[in-house]
Every structure is written in C-alpha cells, then in structure tokens.
Design a protein around this ligand. Structure first.
Ligand code: ADP
Length: 612
C-alpha cells in the first residue's frame, strides 16, 4: 500500500465521515460529545481540587471552600447523567453500526452491473474492503473510535495548555528559575515523550498493514470452504464424495508459514513501546522537578502543585494520543480508500433516465437490431447478428440445442448485460436510455436456476415483506401449487426450508418451480419470461401448466424457452436458435414443414439428443 498525502488523507477522512452520517446518523456526534464531557471532567476536578487546597492552606474561612465543593459535586452529577444518557444511545448505535456497514456493501452490490458479479477482480476488491472492515473495523470503525480519541487528545492538550499557562507565567522571584528557557525545556520534554510513542505506533502499524494484506487471500479461501462448500448442503455432497478438502489444507500450510514469518515482526514491534515508556518516564521526571522547584521558591501555593503536575502529565498523554491518532489515520485512510475504490466502481446500467411508459393498451414492442454479444472476458460470440421483433400479447417460444444462445437472448432482453454490438429497442427507443429499475419492472422472469429464499411462502411469492395474501394465494393456485398449499397448516406464513425455522418445509424441485412461477405472476409485469418452466415438473403437472397456459399468462407477452417442442406448438411465433443465431422463425406448422430446417431436425430427434 502506497503512502497518502496529508491532503488526500483529509479528503478521504471527510468522505468517511459523510458515509457514516448517511448510514449511522448521530453516532460520531454522540461519541464526540461523550468524550468531550468525559475528558473535561478530570480537569474540572483538578482545578477545583487546587482551589480547595489553596483555600485550606491559606486558612481563609470555610464559605468559599464549601462553594467549591458543592459546585464540583453538582458539575460531576450533571456530567454523569449526560454521559450515561449519551452512552446508552451510542452503545445501541454502535451495536447496529455493523449492520449498517453491511448495508453499504449490499447497496453497492445491488447497484453493480450484473456482469461485475461475475468479475473475479471486482469481487476480490469487495472482499478486501469488506474484510478489513469486519475484522478490525478498519476504516469506518476506526473513524468512529478515532473521533473519541481525537476529542480526548484535543481536550487534553488545549485544557492542559490553558491550565499550565500560569505555571510558566507566575514568578518565583528567582531569576534562574523564572528564565523562559525552562518553559521551553519542559515543553520539549513533553513533546519528545509524545513523539517517541508515535514512532512506536508507526512501526506497529506498518507491520499490521503487511499482515492485513496477507489475510485477504486466506479469508477468501476459508470463507469459500467454510460457508460455501462445507455448509451448503448442495455443494457439500460433491465435496464429501470426492473428498475435495485438499485446497483447504494447502491454504492452511500457507497460513502457518506466513504466521512464522510474522513472529519476528511481532518481537520487533514490542521493542518500540518499551523504549517509548522509558522516554515518557524521563520527560515526566523533568516536569515534576520543575513544578516542585518553582513551588519551593514560592511561585504558587501547595494546591497548585497538584494542578500543574496533573496537567503536564495530561499534556504529555494528549500529545501521545494525538500522535497515535494521526498515525492511525494514515492506516485507516488506506483501508477507507479501498472501500471507496470499491464503492466508486461505475455502474453503466444506471445511466438511463427515460421512464417506461406504462401503457393501458399494453402496446409495447421489442426489437433486437443486429445484436451480437460476447460475455465479458471471452472471445466467443454467444449471439451473432440477431434480428428479431415481437409485441406484447404474443406468445413466443425459443428453441434450440444447449449452448445455442437462448438464455443469453433472455439475459440481454432483461438487460442483465448490454449487447456488444447492435441495439435492443423498446417501443423504438434504445433500452439503455430507460431508467434501469423502470425497465426491469416490465419483466417477470423464471430463470432455469431460479432461487427461492428461506422466508415465508407468501413473502417468497410477493418478493417482499408486505403483500396481498389473496393475490399471493391466487397466483399459487394458477401456478398449480394448490395441492400442497392446502396442506400447509400455516398457509402463506409457512417458512420455506429449515435454515431459520425448525418448522420450515422442504419442497421438491417441481414445487419450487411452481412457487417461482407464482412469484412471476404476482409481479404482474407485461412480459413474462419462462426459461424451461416445466423442466422440474412431472408429466401430469406439466400438462396442467400447458393446458391452462393462456389463463396463466393472460394478456401478457410470454416468452419461453423449452426443449419440449410439443409444448411450443401453441405459441404464435417460434424462434429457432443455432450457434448464437436465429436460423428460423415462424409458426409450428410452417417450420415443421421445412424439411431442411433446424426445427424439423429438432422436432424429429428424440429429446435426449438435444444435448448432443
Ligand atoms: P442455451 O440457453 O441455449 O443453452 P446459453 O445462452 O446459456 O445457451 O449459452 C450460449 C453460450 O454462451 C454458450 O457457449 C455458453 O458457454 C456461453 N455462456 C453462457 N453463460 C456464460 C457466462 N456467464 N460467461 C461466459 N460464457 C457464457
């Protein structure tokens, strides 16, 4: 990690505060206020203690002493009440802070271009930023804690200087002791004490940074194995059968080796604080001596000795803390920069601003105009010169062998990717010009590898927490899920899977597909796209879906991909894909009549040969 200029550090820190203000409002201010009161309190005590001792030693009556005593008690009482209240509020906010940090990442992840989810470098970048944040609070967390430290150090320095002023200004009558050179010498000692500590911190931080960089790879690997492979039952099956834990063992060896290298650094690291400790002790000795000599020559009363000794000590501590914070800031700015690098990854999909006209007449039409597409970081075209036009209300089937580009066609239509060449138009306008969320709102899709979540059934169907139960139940019925639904005692509140609920229900692949279909229907978008919608259904359930397909999709445009050509017959248009191109389109009868066409070949081949 390269060093940052002071100016850059300032800008990065300021941005960090803005991010905290957005996601954890009030936390930094609360902590700063708490620390302000907390750090001022000892100075109040010292000042009052000095006044009380001076009053007592001067034997000037009890009245003034009593006023001091009552005042100091009252001030401490008020401060304690204020501190307790602020602490309560801040502790709650600080506990939640981690959840809000998670929200920063999920917000970004959701706004990333879909193709970036498959980009290993971007995901590594996310991992790095996320990991530093969660393991040590590096960056944002340290900004929160650093704020307390900064306030504490500032109060210690400013209040100490203010209260130490009279130490240097008061005259003892002895010209040697009153010489300003002593003041310089004492302040220099305090400063040296602070600097020696900062040197130790800088060294410590350098080693820590090196260590942080090493951990990213390990954690990424272990998280993958721990969370993904060993915990996820679907993947754990393969891991167990093929005993695929050799990579984890390799990672462990690497970790042990790096740990041994770190040992030497750790020993070096502990030397610096010890040296700093000796320096600070010497500095304090000089200060005490100076105060004692001045009091001896009558510059101030006995009570003030306590005040000056304490404030000089606090001045030293304040300087040490300030040095520590500045050095710490250098480290967490580097971590913050990593977070910002990740947050600044541009999103191309969200550039459009046009609203999608919500038409009552549903007169939408979509056109692919000479569209070609290559997946990021590949040389092979998944689609080549695709020209196609269809309008709402039509039933479109897409057929073709595996790898012919059918799913890619759908992904482009739903703008998960943008074409490499050519353009896709909605009602004559390039879809890139539409607001991305608006554009997505006109599609319901059931992908082949759809995912349901361990939430209640109703929430899965509605894809949200608040939903219309009647509509959800009716969509489930349309999707053919009534049989199982009627036997669910908790109805829509039944939790799917057992990750969070011991009463959760396990569902078969076919049932899951029906729920996914119900979710697509609940969204009630003008386009409904089904990628192999009946692949997991048994023949009877499949027949049911197709026999009431018109009822299910209603007036919507239905685009569906199917290997079962017999089920495409009821579609208005069938597009036949082959090697990334649309090689035929038309109704079933005309396509099947063309004996030299791909459709004829597919139609007459057995289903199991579609995979070649
Ligand atoms: P189909 O749906 O007809 O089976 P796809 O559209 O899934 O075909 O795939 C078309 C081509 O694009 C295939 O060669 C496939 O390997 C490739 N492909 C699909 N998804 C990706 C991806 N995420 N990254 C790179 N290549 C991909």
């Amino acid at each position: 990690m390269s060093k940052m200029t002071i100016r850059r550090r300032f800008a990065v820190t300021a941005r960090g505060f803005r991010l905290l203000k957005k996601y954890c409002p009030g936390l930094v201010q609360g902590k700063a206020l708490y620390e302000l009161i907390n750090s001022l309190q000892p100075f109040v005590t010292v000042w009052f203690a000095a006044q009380i001792l001076n009053e007592l030693s001067a034997r000037q009556g009890i009245r003034q002493t009593a006023i001091y005593v009552v005042s100091v008690i009252l001030i401490h009482f008020i401060c304690s009440v204020a501190k307790n209240s602020i602490d309560r509020i801040c502790s709650e906010k600080e506990t939640q802070m981690w959840k809000w940090f998670g929200k920063i990442f999920s917000d970004k992840q959701m706004s990333l271009d879909f193709e970036d989810l498959e980009n290993a470098e971007i995901q590594r970048q996310k991992q790095e930023a996320e990991e530093n944040l969660y393991m040590f609070g590096n960056g944002l967390g340290q900004l929160v804690w650093g704020t307390s430290g900064l306030v504490k150090a500032s109060v210690n320095i400013l209040a100490s200087l203010a209260m130490a002023g009279s130490l240097f200004l008061s005259k003892s009558g002895n010209s040697v002791i009153d010489n300003p050179i002593w003041m310089m010498a004492v302040l220099l000692c305090v400063l040296l004490g602070g600097l020696s500590n900062s040197k130790a911190t800088v060294k410590e931080n350098q080693i820590f940074l090196k260590w942080c960089q090493n951990t990213v790879w390990f954690n990424r690997t272990f998280m993958f194995f721990g969370r993904e492979l060993y915990m996820n039952p679907e993947k754990a099956k393969d891991v167990r059968i093929y005993e695929q834990n050799f990579i984890a063992e390799k990672a462990l060896d690497k970790l042990i080796q790096a740990d041994q290298e770190n040992q030497a650094d750790v020993i070096r690291m502990s030397m610096f604080p010890a040296i700093a400790c000796v320096m600070i002790g010497l500095a304090n000795m000089v200060c005490y001596l100076f105060v004692a000599v001045k009091a001896f020559f009558g510059a101030f009363g006995v009570g003030s000795i306590v005040q000056y000794v304490t404030v000089l000590q606090r001045l030293g501590t304040g300087l040490q803390e300030l040095m520590f914070i500045l050095s710490d800031n250098e480290v967490y700015c580097l971590h913050l920069q990593k977070l910002f690098d990740y947050l600044d990854i541009p999103s191309h999909m969200y550039q459009g601003t046009l609203t999608v006209e919500k038409r009552d007449d549903n007169e939408y039409f979509v056109e692919f105009r000479d569209v070609s597409f290559r997946y990021p970081n590949t040389n092979h075209y998944a689609l080549r010169h695709v020209n196609f036009r269809f309008k709402v209300g039509e039933k479109l089937a897409i057929v073709g062998m595996n790898g012919s580009g059918k799913t890619t066609f759908i992904k482009l239509l739903c703008r998960l990717y943008d074409p490499t060449e050519g353009e896709i138009l909605l009602n004559g306008v390039d879809i890139r010009k539409y607001d991305y969320d608006e554009y997505l709102s006109i599609f319901s899709v059931v992908f082949q590898d759809f995912r349901l979540f361990s939430f209640p059934l109703g929430q899965n169907v509605a894809a949200g927490v608040a939903y219309d139960p009647e509509r959800a139940a009716s969509c489930l019925a349309k999707a053919g899920f009534s049989g199982r639904f009627d036997h669910m005692p908790e109805g829509l509140d039944t939790c799917l899977y057992k990750d969070f609920e011991k009463n959760g229900v396990e569902i078969s692949g076919g049932e899951a597909q029906k729920i996914a279909l119900a979710r697509a229907l609940y969204k009630n978008a003008p386009f409904i796209i089904l990628d192999e919608p009946t692949a997991a259904l048994d023949p009877i359930a499949e027949y049911e879906v197709y026999s009431k397909f018109d009822e299910i999709v209603g007036e919507k445009t239905a685009v569906y991909i199917s290997h079962r050509l017999s089920s495409c017959r009821f579609c208005d248009t069938i597009a036949v894909f082959d090697k990334g191109q649309i090689v035929q389109k038309g109704a079933h009868e005309e396509l099947v009549a063309d004996e030299r066409g791909k459709y004829y070949e597919l139609w007459h081949a057995q289903a199991q040969y579609y995979t070649e």
